[in-house]
Design a protein around this ligand. Structure first.
Ligand SMILES: [Fe+2]
Length: 330
């Protein structure tokens, strides 16, 4: 593999994630901002399974308070916190019949659900694990923010020294998660990501290419435009989809996507012995809740995520960063 180059990134100290976007603004399809704002300020979340009222989330929040209280009473809280600060680097090799020859050996670092405002110390821990790593593309599949009402810079600034540790040859792609407001798209562009909001682009190598399709979050912010971008990328070729959640796994298979990378579930964050998640926060496609999966001819990977939402606890389900090598099946 040719030597990777390290693109210049703004220093965290000079980053103002809440500033006017200026020149580094994400490419927004017509109507996207208005549709996003309508859901952000409305009374319902929208997924491919339909609308659901926001108040249901408050019930889940009450259950979480009870869970945290139980962990404190049983003395397991500290262990859960230590678990949450001990991510793994998972390495995968995935084979495809249709991968262009020029992309045999292509390396993707997949980050998801960084939520660094909840635990900024994770950036240093993860950065040390990634030091010296060289990849072709770095992808971030949403939920940069943890607390919905936190300022963006509390989640974006710790991300800068983390991604600076990785030499990236081609691109840094990102999509938004259900915790990320629309303004996160421009904040990510300012630190060197190309944010794919219901659109596709290509990466070329030796006159061959792969097609990358990125969708806005579909767990809270699903629109017909997301489905249309998945169904009709407007570019032929080997397809990789970046979506925050696996809830469109079946649609991706129908659309001919070869590889679907996502997160959202945190792998359950709390799992029974054997790794069975208690909760996946999925409205559909629950078979794709964690790790490697297949749906039709589509191969998918659901990252357990680097960080956590509240509470910052993990049991039986470590956080992860995933290094994926693409191989053309001989
Ligand atoms: Fe998340």
């Amino acid at each position: 593999m040719p030597a990777a180059t390290r693109r210049d990134l703004p220093r965290a100290s000079s980053l103002d994630a809440d500033a006017d976007p200026g020149e580094a603004a994400a490419e927004k399809p017509p109507g996207w901002a208005a549709a996003r704002q309508a859901i952000e300020t409305g009374r319902y979340w929208v997924s491919p399974a339909g609308r659901r009222p926001r108040w249901r989330q408050k019930l889940f929040r009450c259950a979480l308070f009870a869970f945290v209280a139980a962990m404190r009473l049983t003395g397991l809280y500290g262990r859960g916190r230590r678990n949450a600060l001990a991510p793994r680097l998972v390495e995968l090799e995935l084979q495809f019949d249709t991968l262009p020859q020029a992309f045999d050996g292509y390396r993707i670092l997949h980050l998801s659900d960084t939520h660094l405002d909840m635990a900024p110390e994770l950036a240093g821990i993860a950065g040390a694990m990634l030091a010296g790593l060289a990849v072709d593309t770095l992808v971030l599949t949403g939920d940069i923010l943890g607390a919905h009402d936190a300022p963006l810079h509390t989640a974006v600034e710790p991300l800068v020294p983390l991604i600076e540790r990785v030499a990236v040859r081609d691109r840094r792609f990102a999509v938004l998660g259900n915790h990320d407001p629309a303004a996160m798209a421009d904040a990510l562009e300012r630190i060197g990501f190309t944010v794919l909001l219901n659109r596709s682009t290509t990466v070329e190598r030796h006159s061959e290419h792969v097609v990358w399709t990125g969708l806005d979050d579909v767990h809270y912010f699903y629109t017909d435009a997301a489905r249309a971008a998945l169904d009709r990328p407007g570019i032929e070729g080997f397809r990789i989809a970046l979506v925050h959640s696996p809830e469109l796994a079946d649609a991706a298979a129908a659309a001919g996507v070869a590889l679907y990378l996502c997160g959202h579930t945190h792998g359950g964050q709390v799992c029974l012995p054997g790794g069975t998640p208690l909760v996946t926060q999925l409205t559909r496609c629950r078979h794709a809740g964690r790790g490697l999966w297949r749906h039709g001819a589509t191969t998918g990977y659901t990252s357990s995520g680097l960080g956590t939402g509240w509470p910052t606890l993990r049991y039986g389900c470590p956080g992860e960063m995933t290094l994926i090598t693409l191989r053309r099946r001989p």
